[in-house]
Design a binder for this molecule. Structure first.
Ligand SMILES: C[S@@+](CC[C@H](N)C(=O)[O-])C[C@H]1O[C@@H](n2cnc3c(N)ncnc32)[C@H](O)[C@@H]1O
Length: 334
């Protein structure tokens, strides 16, 4: 080792780290992180400015920006807060409170946007956040002034990072927030009994092509099994792909077209009850899915695109969502 790396390199590295740290503190612009060599070495994240002018976190390793185009807050509000009708449902929840599963905690933009929307809602919300790493949240917290959405939640986030569980009052709303740092599909297989089933799921993994382990049929079947029969639960996600929608249907959910977010003209809303979905997927969508070259769910965590297998076609056509469609024989002929 000594022969490979000369000893004088170590004080030089220390100087670099120190210098980077000092520069990052002096320079006000978020771009300062680009020359902070410690940030680049320590974490795999950077700040990027998206088309709307907002700043968002980007995973360098996964080459994915967490909230592209319209930025973290606008996306979280359109996709999760409004679409899942969280404030109304928290207000109407019983004494056990309302449970949110935040799948892919990341830099916490989704969950903090949800909590911010609850300040004048009397009620109790329990948030169970899942991610296999705390690194993006630590990174985002270090750059919270550029990101903006941490304001007022700094001590809650610090408490969550330190203790993995925080309770606090946010205006009229009582919040109990926990963070489970684990591989989500594995945790779901052996879910600790103290994690209550979700009423709403913010599903925000990286894209299926980059992060296939988070988009498999076994994962969504397992998630569906966690929701007791009769419970009204809904899930929103940014993807509108046929592959994802077929996966959710075959896992047992009702599925609809979700609202536009600015980046996408459509997203996806799934639920255990059809009345939670304003625009259920219809016969036209079914016809397209049956003809699609990319509709077969991922059964393993390997991304690939394929038309529906015969068994998947059968299962899709047998879904109660399509039971009232009269012209199914015509749709099945490719
Ligand atoms: C798009 S980012 C989430 C952004 C986040 N919701 C926010 O509002 O800032 C996707 C997240 O999924 C997490 N993730 C990816 N694969 C995972 C896995 N197998 N288990 C748990 N989390 C995973 C990543 O670490 C990353 O933080």
């Amino acid at each position: 080792m000594d022969r490979l790396i000369p000893r004088w390199i170590f004080p030089l590295c220390a100087l670099c780290v120190l210098g980077g740290d000092i520069l990052a503190r002096i320079l006000p612009s978020p771009r300062a992180i680009r020359i902070d060599c410690r940030t680049v070495i320590e974490s795999d994240y950077e700040l990027v400015q998206v088309a709307s002018g907002a700043w968002s976190v980007r995973s360098v390793r996964d080459s994915e920006t967490f909230h592209p185009v319209i930025g973290p807050v606008a996306e979280a509000e359109a996709l999760y807060v409004q679409q899942l009708r969280i404030p109304d449902r928290v207000r109407a929840a019983g004494p056990d409170g309302f449970v949110v599963w935040d799948v892919g905690l990341g830099a916490a933009a989704n969950v903090l946007s949800v909590l911010r929307a609850l300040s004048d809602v009397p009620g109790e919300v329990r948030v169970e956040s899942f991610d296999h790493t705390a690194a993006p949240l630590r990174f985002a917290r270090r750059h919270d002034s550029a990101l903006g959405y941490f304001h007022g939640f700094e001590s809650a986030v610090d408490g969550l990072l330190e203790q993995r569980s925080v309770r606090f009052q946010h205006g009229a709303c009582t919040v109990h927030w926990r963070f489970h740092e684990a591989d989500f599909p594995t945790l779901l297989q052996r879910l600790p009994s103290d994690i209550p089933p979700p009423d709403a799921v913010l599903f925000d993994a990286f894209s299926p092509a980059r992060n296939p382990i988070m988009w498999t049929l076994p994962l969504f079947e397992s998630l569906h099994r966690r929701i007791p029969t009769g419970n009204a639960a809904s899930l929103a996600t940014y993807s509108r792909s046929t592959l994802l929608r077929v996966t959710l249907l075959l896992a047992g959910f009702w599925v609809g077209a979700g609202e536009a977010t600015g980046e996408k003209e459509e997203t996806t809303l799934a639920a255990t009850r059809p009345e939670l979905i304003p625009r259920l997927l219809d016969a036209q969508w079914l016809g397209r899915a049956l003809r699609s070259t990319s509709a077969e769910p991922l059964r393993e965590p390997i991304y690939r695109q394929a038309p529906l297998e015969p068994a998947s076609r059968e299962a899709l056509l047998a879904h109660p969502q399509f039971a009232s469609i009269p012209s199914i024989p015509r749709l099945t002929t490719a």
